[in-house]
Write a protein that binds this ligand. Structure first.
Ligand code: ADE
Length: 225
């Protein structure tokens, strides 16, 4: 699998690249490439954006700059690339990211376009297969959104997480019928008078299973002890 990320700030991904599941995915054959739009811009003075037609605040990432970046990265005309892989534009106007979409995007090569400022020129619609939002709020740019998306996608790739059961049983997964996972506890068994539910210390696996099943989907509940 190949993942290509286009951004004005590749250095923003340094922490993400150091994460264990990302290194493990790479060890299992995932190629992760970061591309800077400025490195291939056809414009003078490393220009990448411009003022919006019709007036208004902010700057818009130019479509010719995005085209040049894709052309430099792939052996394929940018307007035919979406036939070979998912091409995601990150934008608050996109489809909201969820577990099912993350699983879909983990199924093949993936290209992610980060916008900045007022986003990317609307004609990017001719190049992308998907427009994705990480939530109904506006971020200053696509870099954090890309890392949220890629974190969720990479967890789905075989070999990225050492124990596949922990991914299969994640909150929102099909195994849990889309529900939230049960709560977890570890030592100490008592802290400042706050106790771990006795059933979890009982050694009765059937009772533990029942207790956990009863709590699926209960994200808002606070356990009292
Ligand atoms: N860029 C700015 N805000 C965003 C959001 N909520 N989702 C995806 N990309 C964004």
């Amino acid at each position: 699998m190949r993942i290509d990320v286009f951004t004005l700030f590749p250095e923003a991904f340094a922490w993400f690249e150091r994460q264990v599941h990302v290194s493990r995915a790479r060890d299992h054959g995932v190629e992760l490439n970061l591309w800077n739009y400025r490195d291939t811009t056809p414009l003078r003075h490393c220009q990448v954006d411009d003022t919006p037609y019709g007036g208004g605040a902010g700057m818009v990432l130019r479509i010719d700059v995005v085209w040049a970046a894709l052309e430099a990265a792939f052996d394929c005309p940018p307007d035919r690339l979406a036939a070979t892989r998912r091409i995601v534009e990150l934008t608050p106007r996109g489809r909201q990211l969820d577990d099912a979409l993350a699983a879909e995007l983990a199924g093949g090569d993936l290209c992610v376009l980060c916008g900045r400022y007022e986003g990317i020129d609307e004609r990017v619609a001719h190049l992308v297969s998907d427009r994705v939002s990480v939530g109904p709020y506006v971020l200053a740019g696509g870099e954090l959104a890309a890392q949220v998306l890629l974190d969720a996608v990479v967890r789905k790739i075989e070999g990225a997480v050492s124990n596949p059961e922990s991914v299969a049983g994640d909150s929102f997964s099909p195994d849990l019928g889309g529900a939230l996972e049960y709560p977890h506890y570890t030592r100490p068994a008592e802290f400042r008078g706050w106790e771990v539910p006795a059933v979890l210390l009982s050694g009765d696996h059937g009772a533990v299973e029942r207790w956990r099943r009863e709590r699926l989907g209960d994200g808002e509940r606070r356990e009292q002890s």
